[in-house]
Design a protein around this ligand. Sequence first.
Ligand code: MRU
Length: 344
Amino acid sequence: MEKLSEVIPIVYEGGELSLLDQRVLPFQETWIKCHDARETAQAIKDMVVRGAPAIGVTAAYGACMEIAKSVGRGQGVEGAKAGIEVLLSSRPTAYNLFYAVNRVLSASRAAAEAGRDPALAAELEAKRIDEENKQAAIDMGKVGASLINDGDVVMTICNTGALAVGYLGTALGVIKTAWREGKKIHVVALETRPWLQGSRLTVYELQKEGIPFTLIVDGASAIAIQRKGVRSVFVGADRIVEDGSTANKIGTFSLSVISKYFGIPFYVVAPLSTVQLGAKEIKVEERSPDEVTYIRGVPISTAGSNVYNPVFDVTPPENITAIITEKGIAWPPYEKSLKSLKSA
Ligand code: MRU
């Protein structure tokens, strides 16, 4: 077995889902338990678990617990629909959420039609998604690590590690893999306002792995590229559409513009379950103004400030050097390369 990241944030056992509470990391390691779709949806909405692939796996288990309960009540798969709708409305941008829940639903409906146990089929499908997700992380890591040289300084935003995926990571998974291959690298991590996924979670994972890093505020990315020898930028994705346009953590688009200005490669790393072929538009999640005006209950702005809090932005394909997936690297034009990787 390959060495996997030691942070395992999603554990499903005996019909119960345990989630490592990412709101309080790295200061506390506490777990939240979920038993149905509504509890799971609340955990996703509240950021107990976050990161598109991790949201997908969590939601798959949420859907399978809901189906099991509904089947137990004698209401079949369709009796789970209301709870599953709540799950689907928990976070609108992460495509893995829709991908995973729809797979679990289809598998359980197909089982019911064939006279098999729909609850068991839902559970097996959720576990399959979890396994595929893990394998995709390992494969993306290997594919992407080939783009990192010994001695490179690489930059990343948000947290795209095991906490965001379930295993290893996407962009951070590539960085960890390069490190495990023996490349002496240095990571520049953006703190990632307002949830501080960079300063709390990425730093936590980098420290566990022993990878040297420098933490910066988001506004320092240009000067850090200019003065700290950054060679390339690796980011994750919440949703990638047909032409390669990529929704990711707010600040990713600015980082792509800055990378282009300095002429350094800007790589997106994502499993193919994040790619929505046939889609053009991306709904960008907006969250509470309180996330901007308060930090852990302490006000940092005047009362009543007018706030715009989009938590993702969309990077256009012309700013993306390549998209790294578990099946290989997609180069522009992405309409063609993503389609052929998806069908490989
Ligand atoms: O709001 P979050 O923390 O869920 O946002 C996470 C990101 O933007 C990640 O970069 C993305 O989900 C890819 S992570 C593997």
